[in-house]
Design a protein around this ligand. Sequence first.
Ligand code: FYN
Ligand code: ADP
Length: 593
Amino acid sequence: MGTAESQVAATSDVQQHPGTTTAASSPVTDGFHLVIDALKLNGIDTIFGLPGIPITDLTRMAQAAGMRVISFRHEQNAGHAAAIAGFMTQKPGICLTVSAPGFLNGLVALANATTNCFPMILISGSSEREIVDLQQGDYEEMDQLAIAKPLAKAAFRVLHAEDIGVGIARAIRAAASGRPGGVYLDLPAKLFAQTMDAHAGRRSLIEVVDPAPRQFPAQDAVQRALELLKSAKRPLILLGKGAAYAQADADIRAFVERTGIPYLPMSMAKGLLPDTHEQSAAAARSYALPEADVVMLIGARLNWLLSHGKGKTWGGKDHKAWGGQKFVQVDISPQEADSNVRVDAPVVGDIGSCMSLLLAGIGPNWTRPPADWLTAIAERKAKNIAKMAEALAKDPTPMNFHSALAVVRDIVKANPDACFVNEGANALDFTRSIVDMYRPRKRLDVGTWGVMGIGMGFSVAAAVVSGQPVIAIEGDSAFGFSGMEVETICRYNLPVCVVILNNNGVYRGTDVNPGGGPDVAPTVFVKNARYEKLMEAFGGAGVHATTPGELRKAMEEAIRSRRPTLVNAVIDEAAGTESGRITNLNPKSGKKS
Ligand code: FYN
Ligand code: ADP
C-alpha cells in the first residue's frame, strides 16, 4: 500500500485538515506525501540530501515512509552521490536541497551529471512564484528554475498538488531516457502543505512505464559499421563510460573477443573487460590511437579526452598526431556523430540493442585483425609494462605515487568487487594507469569534466547502493573539497576506506612564493597534515602510513572490518607534476621579462 493510502488512514484517524469540508470519512493527503508516494511508486527508495527550510519535514516523512534519507554536510556532495547512484543503477538518483543557497550548492553536481550522462534529479524547495516574479524579497528568493535550465537536460516546476505525480514522472523519464542526464524539479514551499482528496491524489500519481526505452539501430547502419570494421587493417575499439552505463557487459565483451580487435577503455569503462585482458591496448595508448585506421567508439565521445579525434594525443610528450582515421560511433545520441570529426558509420541506438545486432552480424567468417597490428601493439604494451614494473618495484622513502599505488593495485586485485573512487591530478593519473580494474562500473572518477570534489559523495553513494566496500584514492587537494563528509561516512557507518596520497600540496608541496613574501605558495598546504585525525574525530579509524607495509596493513584491515577508515599516506612532497598528465593545458605566459 503506498504512503498516500497509509497517510489516508492516518489522516482520517488522526486529523481532518482544517477547512477541508469533506464527508466524515473522506481522507485527504498533502504535497509532502504525494512526493514521497510518487518516488516510491517508481521504485526510488533513497534520497541524498541536506535538510532545511522548506524540506526538513519532507526528509522526516520520507524516512517514516521507509525510504533511506542520506543526509550530507554540503549539497554538492549529496548531488554527486545522487548522480553516481544513477550511473550505477540506471535509476535516477535523487538529490534534495533547500532553496537558493542549497539549490546553488547542488548545481555543480547537476551540471556534472548532465555532462557525464548520469541520470539524476535535483529536487529543491523554492520561494513562491508570486513573490519571486515581483522580486519582493522572499526568504531565499531566487528564480531557481531559470537558473537551473541551462545546466540540466530538463527542468520542471510543480505548483499544484494534483500535478506532483506528473512532475515526478516527467523528471524520471527525462533523466533516464535517451542520453541520460541531470534534471531539475522545482517545488515551491507552499506546494508541500497543499491538501487534496487522498483517493484523487493516489490516482494522480504515475508509475513510469519503460523510462529508458530500447532504441534499435537501423540494420543498414549496423551493416555499414561491420563492413568498415572488416576493411580495417589496424582497427581499434574505444570503450567509454556510456558502454559501462549500458550494462550490456556480456555482449560488449563478446564483440571485442569475437572480432579480436584491440580495445582502449576510457577511465570509467575500465573493468568492462579486465584490464589484464590480452586485447587491452591501454598500455600502448599513444601508439594505438594515432596508428589505428578505423576507430570504433562505443559510448565514448571524441572530446578533449581523445584530443577531439585529431591532433596530438595527451601525456605532454610529442606523439604522432592522430587524425585521418575512419570512425564508427555507437551512441544513443543521434547528434553526437560529427561533433569533432566525420563519423563514417554512425550506429544510433542504446548500446545494449546496438551490440546485440552487431554481435549477430559478425558471422562465422569474421577475419581477425592482421597479426602485424596486434604484434605492434603487444610490443609497445610490453615496453610500457616493463617500464611501469621497474617504477613499481622501487621502494623509496618517503613513498612516491608508484610505491603507494603498487599496494593499492594489489588490494584491488584481491577485492575486485570493491567500488573504487578516484580523484586528483597526479593521484588520478597515476592511479588510472597503475590500478587495474576487473569488474564493470567499479571505477568511479572525475569523468568528462575532471571535477574535483566528487570523492566523498561518490564514496557514500557507492557504499549505500552496492553494499560493497569502497576504496577512495584521493589527492590531498581533491579530498579537501568534500572532506567534511567523513562525518557522514561515520554517521552511517559505511565501509569506506579513504586513502589520501598526501604530498603537501596541489600537484606537490615544493612550490615557493615567487614574491618572497611570508605567505606560502598558492599550491602548498600545511606540511605533513594529519588528515587521519579527521576520521578519528568522528569515531572512524585513522592511520598515518609512511611505508607501503603500513598502507597495505591499514587497507586490508579496513576492508576486513568494514570500518570507516582514513589512511593518510605520506608521499614525497617533490613527487608529481603540475596538473598530472594534462600539464600542457596550462597556458604559458607570453610576457618577456
Ligand atoms: C597505461 N599505460 C600503462 C598502463 N596503462 N603503462 C604500463 N602499464 C599500464 N597498465 C601508459 C599509457 O600507454 C600511456 O603511455 C601512459 O601510461 C598514460 O596512460 P593514460 O593515462 O591512459 O593516457 P593519457 O595519455 O594520460 O590519456 C589522456 C587523458 C588522461 C586526457 C585521457 O590523461 C585523462 O583521462 N586525464 C584526466 C585528467 C583530469 O581530468 N584531471 C583532473 C583535473 S586535474 P603512452 O602510451 O606511452 O603515452 C586538475 O589540475
Ligand atoms: P567517456 O568519457 O568514457 O569517453 P563520454 O561521457 O564521453 O564517455 O561518452 C558517453 C557517451 O555514451 C555519450 O555520448 C552518451 O550519449 C552515450 N551513452 C550513454 N548511455 C548510453 C546508452 N545506454 N546507450 C548508448 N549510448 C549511451
